[in-house]
Design a protein around this ligand. Sequence first.
Ligand SMILES: [Zn+2]
Ligand SMILES: [Zn+2]
Length: 259
Amino acid sequence: MKVDLHNHTVLCNHASGTVNEYVEAAIACGTEFFGFSDHAPMHYDPKYRMTFEQMELYEFWVREAQQRYEDQITVLLGYEIDFLPGYMEESVLKRPCDYLIGSVHFIDDWGFDNPEFIGRYEGVDIDDVYRRYFGLVETMAKSGKFDIVGHLDLLKVFKYLPTQDIRMLAKEALNAIKNANMTVEVNVSGYRKPIIEAYPSPLLLQEIIEREIPITFGSDAHNPEQVGLFTQEVETLARSVGYDKCAVYRGRDRDMIKF
Ligand SMILES: [Zn+2]
Ligand SMILES: [Zn+2]
């Protein structure tokens, strides 16, 4: 991936490898812009994220790598922030960095992408769950606090798919993303999950380009071996609907570059 903005560190407690190992893996596969966007702290589900106190250490690690590798690659500093109403922290949202990814991983108290809680899909009205999920994505976009939408259709992770047309279920969320001038990431982690496809699906990506919403790319790597996997697949997918440029951010400002 020429641009790869979604990658984690050990600070989230469910990733491995050093910051330098991630960056060296990115250099090895020809990445030009490599961003860390580790799970930001939150007073909910603290087990899967850095602590508030660790933000300084995280930023120090990324800045150090920025300098160490500056002749070979541009390293960027971001955060992946959970959008969970009632738990948004100004101290995180105001953090000086290159970009913020907003991600919905929870519907109320349900961490729906966590295999531990897969049982909760049984007996639900799946279309209703999709409606609530995209409602949260819409509210997140309308908050105006984020630059990039993380894994737009993550709810499909375990292959529980809606019976209604996904384009209708996602419509208001997509309109809100457009109005908020956000970027949608094409995230490869779905290839490592039961759904075996990128987020978003080709059908949604078509809706996204029709609205002229910019895209970017993310490995969502939780170890250095995952950096740059499935690059061919996602770049081909993006080109197939008509994209030839993707977004990078510096200091919360967007630039578009050819990929
Ligand atoms: Zn993670
Ligand atoms: Zn995520």
